[in-house]
Design a protein around this ligand. Sequence first.
Ligand SMILES: NC(=O)c1ccc[n+]([C@@H]2O[C@H](COP(=O)([O-])OP(=O)(O)OC[C@H]3O[C@@H](n4cnc5c(N)ncnc54)[C@H](OP(=O)(O)O)[C@@H]3O)[C@@H](O)[C@H]2O)c1
Length: 290
Amino acid sequence: MNFQRCFNTSEDTFPLPPHLRALYGPFGFPQPPEDRPYITSNFVMSLDGRASFRELEGRTGGHEISRSSEDRWLMDFLRAHHDAQLMGANTLREEPGKDVRGWDFGIDDDELRIYRRETLKLRPQTIIVVTALGNVDVSLPIFNSARVEPWLLTTENGETNLKSRLKAVGREGTIKIISVGSGKWLDLAAAVALLRQRHGIQTLLCEGGPTVYAELLQKRLIDEDFRTLSSQVLGLSTVPTIDRPSSYGGVSYEPETAPWFKLISLHYSLPYHVFFRLRYQGPRPGHGMK
Ligand SMILES: NC(=O)c1ccc[n+]([C@@H]2O[C@H](COP(=O)([O-])OP(=O)(O)OC[C@H]3O[C@@H](n4cnc5c(N)ncnc54)[C@H](OP(=O)(O)O)[C@@H]3O)[C@@H](O)[C@H]2O)c1
């Protein structure tokens, strides 16, 4: 694997096998906050910051932008170290997967899958899909894979819809549904608090999409970002009415409020990819050059 380390100032809390430590360097997280999980995100983006060829049906999303076995390995590495993954329902709908029926979002790398299970002894790989409407196709691979445990995070209305969908296909009670609030949209701050307090999730990896990520960022719930920079340019769109989103979604800041991120580690694979690990710092007061 053509994965190189530039520098790495990570905490060192995970017992990486020696050859992975030699490759990646140390890996660890700070203690999670008491009231919610430690929340990170992982996206691949283009030089112009785009996260999806959105309007090109069947060719949207991370896989098309990445085209890198090193990035795929790093995604598995991050999945292996987190209690659970979080994902918006649109990512599920729009990411076609290799058989056009979608991915199961599991860990492909055998060594990392076994390391998670036998060395880290983490819970079964848990993937939490956020949906307000509850219009989720439970025949997709994520809901039918032995490798992952899907949960649905929704509102009271979404729960009613999901339960009747599951009943209609004879799968009542087979998928965990967590309902938060009765509003149209659920409060992600309350939801992640519940994930920590009631469901024991201490580390949560947001894998998209930009809408879910932007909500977390806006509520200051993002602790770290893993970003793969794929050195290509996507541009705005080939259909003027459909924008290609940036991995940061619809946030808008001013110089005084724009959040900064501190570089924790930097890896690369020549000639096309750079892998950033960034820790949320928040707005930087003043206009000095420090
Ligand atoms: N480059 C990358 O690494 C990467 C990673 C992931 C995704 N992507 C791309 O990003 C695109 C999808 O992103 P997206 O921003 O459109 O969608 P998204 O964030 O994946 O999902 C948005 C959906 O999540 C649900 N949701 C979000 N916040 C909610 C809340 N507070 N309460 C209840 N439900 C909530 C809603 O589902 P309902 O509509 O069901 O109510 C909403 O429509 C795709 O093109 C995908 O390929 C790229």
